[in-house]
Design a protein around this ligand. Structure first.
Ligand code: NAD
Length: 323
């Protein structure tokens, strides 16, 4: 069996899908998670596939003894996903965000460098860019970063630490800037939660809520494609920060209509509530660099990805159920 890979936040939405992929590929996987937003239920599929290869450690990255764990397990790489992935919460509690997202990341880096881990792969967010001029869409990695939330700011600061750890301590890294990820098991709060919210509304037959007028756009990327980028980063992409996205803008209003069409359910008008000040109106990321360096591309068409989410929520009409 290949040496273990340690995944922080592995019981979360993206993490649990990644753990399944690693187990399927024959890796032993150590999951570190404090279960604040993740759950053991998220790891049920992974357990079923490779029970002996999966080790769960209920540990907080901020104050848990990560060095002891990494020293004992000697992972070949750490994939660092654990975070408070909530922009609004970061604005209410900047110190809590700093602790989980910056101090926690530093604890991961410190433990990795003192135990001889060779690579850290970091999940970061389009929030590091802040609002950019429409002429700069889709956003490239070399645009000036002006984060407009504490979440974006702390995620951006980690990029600087990754560079310095590589230069000074020989700890390799790849940082993946994820667009709005969606897929089964996603919570309602996270960054791409709009797909989960709409799917749940359709499943329950209640109207969905749209914040603002629905003209704001997002770059929606399916979770399996994101997992594939992390997987490829185990061997490639050293010293690089790469956008992981489709480059396609979808408006929230279009997404809403499309999901009803795919579900095959009677359309219900959404409820509109007032826009949140400072909300980014247009978003898309240029992922060509990931194509060059990871040989990666977003393989899942939006319709197919939405179909899988709707199926997971039980929102597909029987006749159109996917196989
Ligand atoms: N979902 C998206 O659209 C998206 C977009 C961009 C970036 N990201 C990033 O991807 C990563 C995973 O996001 P997700 O959507 O799966 O969120 P998630 O909340 O489902 O997963 C985060 C996991 O980290 C765990 N965690 C949080 N704080 C911890 C701590 N202090 N110690 C140990 N574990 C802790 C949680 O319990 C959870 O299992 C995050 O770093 C997030 O910032 C997500």
């Amino acid at each position: 069996m290949a040496p273990p890979v340690l995944v922080t936040g592995g019981a979360g939405f993206i993490g649990s899908h990644l753990v399944e992929r690693l187990i399927d590929a024959g890796y032993e996987v150590d999951v570190v998670d404090n279960l604040s937003t993740g759950s053991l239920a998220n790891l049920r599929v992974a357990r079923g596939r490779g029970n002996r290869g999966l080790h769960f450690h209920k540990l907080d990255i901020v104050d848990g003894d990560l060095a002891a764990l990494m020293g004992r397990r000697q992972p070949m790489a750490v994939i660092h996903l654990a975070a408070r992935a909530d922009v609004r919460e970061s604005m209410l509690d900047p110190l809590g965000d700093l602790s989980a997202n910056l101090v926690g990341s530093l604890r991961v880096l410190e433990a990795a460098r003192h135990t001889g881990v060779s690579k850290v792969i970091f999940a970061t967010s389009a929030g590091v860019y802040g609002a950019v001029d429409a002429s700069e869409l889709p956003i490239r990695e070399d645009v000036v970063h002006v984060p407009d939330s504490f979440y974006g700011l702390s995620k951006d600061a980690v990029l600087g630490y990754l560079r310095l750890y590589r230069d000074n301590f020989d700890l390799e890294y790849t940082a993946l800037i994820l667009a709005n990820v969606y897929g089964p098991r996603q919570g309602m709060l996270g960054e791409g939660g709009v797909v989960a919210k709409f799917a749940q509304a359709i499943a329950s037959g209640s109207p969905a809520t749209i914040i603002g007028d629905g003209s704001q756009t997002r770059d929606l990327i399916y979770v399996d494609d994101v997992v594939d980028a992390f997987y490829r980063s185990l061997e490639q992409g050293g010293g690089l920060t790469l956008n992981i996205a489709t480059g396609i803008e979808t408006s929230i209003a279009t997404l809403h209509k499309e999901m009803y069409r795919i579900a095959g359910c009677d359309y219900r008008d959404p409820r509109y509530v007032e826009a949140v000040p400072g909300e980014i109106m247009r978003s898309s990321l240029d992922a060509r660099r990931a194509g060059w360096y990871l040989r990666w591309h977003a393989a899942t068409p939006l319709e197919r990805g939405l179909e899988k989410v709707l199926d997971w929520y039980g929102a597909l009409r029987r006749s159109s159920q996917i196989r």
